[in-house]
Ligand binder design. Structure first.
Ligand code: AMP
Length: 447
């Protein structure tokens, strides 16, 4: 199957060719024709499957075929398509994709998220934005200030819906939905890695007779990833990690810790071992995060240590190695973590350093992915059988593997907004934080 066969226009095809994509991924093959036909979609797909192009390419084409709505009462140009996404990193990445895929079409796109000054976003919205990529909290800020008009929206994309709910954004999402034209008067696309009861309920509310699109089951990405469990005592994990990186000559490795503090400490210790390392998490300034990511992508930083939410949606081309320095509290996060490697059909390697305290977490993960992970003993690092298991300390809030990063159960929606969606962007030069027409972003808080 080729992109041409999907019925995409020459402008879109040209951009796709320039991206170097030879053929559509399974989600693209299924979703693109449905979106082009103007139907609503409920799709199960994870990051790494090519879902961003799966909704962006047909969305661009749809918009180019539809008339633009007239200016609203206050003379503000209405937004035509809204892509709602849970984290600022993801928002920034999608904004880049929209700008790349849409470079031969004449749409204005912009990204808005919290943690950065709202003023540049306001001036951009005033000038007119056809495609807006947003995190829910900042979008609502704009709505309450009357700086965005969503009343004539033509296409809505809700990306990573499951994550959105996990992060406590359900009320914000509902508030956003209330600002849009009625369900039947807009096209709606919902993407989610999993379909829980809550997601189905949300889908019922926002979709109009949707077509279901399911590609490979939830954990399919994991099939292309070589996964191992290295059994090791907690106190020797850092030493083992250093050794693995050096002995195996890993040039680019993304390491996950459960806590922000743990990420900092590990990056520091690895630095002392002579390995260039940096940490990214919600307590780091956006500048520091951007710099760390850029350094990691261009090879200056060999080890990037991250918490789950900070790394959510990170798209690092051809990342060969992921290490779980600590297993996540939520088994689904394991799948998200290892999915940073083996993207777009490539293979990758994921290693988990597991101590006795983590036995239950490992069992939960294996249950979820429905397979037993091979255990490896590294000579000289065999666990001490006299050490007894201790309960895992959860950090301050102990949810989602990132303390302070989004416990949904006990947070009000305004509380839950902040830590997960400050400003953020893919550090690849170009207009910071704004996909196609310039602008600038700083951060406030974030995961
Ligand atoms: P996504 O799941 O949207 O985050 O995309 C994952 C990665 O796959 C991104 O780096 C895309 O650039 C890449 N990608 C998307 N579609 C294709 C395609 N048809 N062929 C090759 N790579 C692709």
């Amino acid at each position: 199957m080729s992109f041409e066969q999907l019925g995409l226009s020459s402008e879109v095809l040209r951009a796709v060719t320039e991206e170097g994509y030879d053929s559509p991924t399974p989600i693209q093959q299924k979703a693109i024709p449905i979106v082009l036909a103007g139907k609503d979609v409920m799709a199960s797909a994870q990051t790494g499957t090519g879902k961003t192009a799966g909704f962006t390419l047909p969305l661009l084409q749809r918009l180019s075929q539809m008339d633009a709505p007239a200016r609203g009462k206050r003379g503000m140009p209405p937004v035509r398509a809204l892509i709602l996404t849970p984290t600022r990193e993801l928002a920034a990445q999608i904004a880049e994709s929209v700008a790349s895929y849409g470079k031969y079409l004449n749409f204005r796109s912009a990204v808005v998220f919290g943690g950065v000054s709202i003023n540049p976003q306001i001036s951009q919205l005033r000038k007119g934005v056809d495609i807006l990529i947003a995190t829910p909290g900042r979008l609502l800020d704009h709505a309450s200030q009357g700086t965005v008009d969503l009343s004539q929206l033509q296409v809505l994309v809700l990306d990573e819906a499951d994550r959105m709910l996990d992060m406590g954004f359900i009320h914000d999402v509902k508030r956003v939905l209330a600002l849009l034209p009625e369900t039947g008067k807009r096209q709606n696309l919902l993407f989610s890695a999993t379909f829980s009861k809550e997601i189905k309920a949300l889908a019922g509310r926002m979709l109009n007779d949707p077509q279901l699109v399911e590609v490979a089951p939830q954990n399919a990405t994991a099939d292309r990833i070589e996964q191992h469990v290295y059994k090791v005592d907690k106190v020797r994990k850092r030493e083992l990690l250093s050794k693995l990186i050096q002995d195996e000559d890993w040039r680019q490795v993304l390491v996950f810790t459960r806590t922000k503090h743990g990420a900092n400490r590990l990056a520091e210790q690895l630095g002392k071992d002579g390995l260039s390392a940096a940490a990214i998490h919600g307590n780091k300034s956006q500048g520091a995060r951007t710099k760390a990511l850029a350094g990691f992508k261009d090879g200056k930083i060999r080890v990037l240590v991250a918490t789950d939410i900070a790394a959510r949606g990170l798209d690092i081309d051809m990342l060969p190695n992921v290490v779980n320095f600590e297993l996540p509290n939520v088994p689904e996060d394991y799948v998200h973590r290892i999915g940073r490697t083996a993207r777009a059909g490539l293979s990758g390697k994921a290693v988990s350093l597991v101590c006795i305290d983590e036995a239950k977490l490992l069992r939960d993960i294996e249950k979820l992915i429905r397979r037993e992970l091979p255990r490896v003993d590294i000579p000289g690092f065999e666990p001490d059988p006299t050490i007894a298991a201790e309960p895992i300390r959860q950090g301050r809030q102990g949810h989602q593997g990132a303390p302070g990063g989004g416990g949904r159960k006990n947070r009000s929606s305004s509380q839950s907004r902040g830590p997960n969606q400050g400003g953020g962007r893919k550090p690849s030069g170009g207009a910071p934080g704004v996909s196609s027409r310039g602008g600038s972003q700083q951060r406030r808080r974030g995961a």
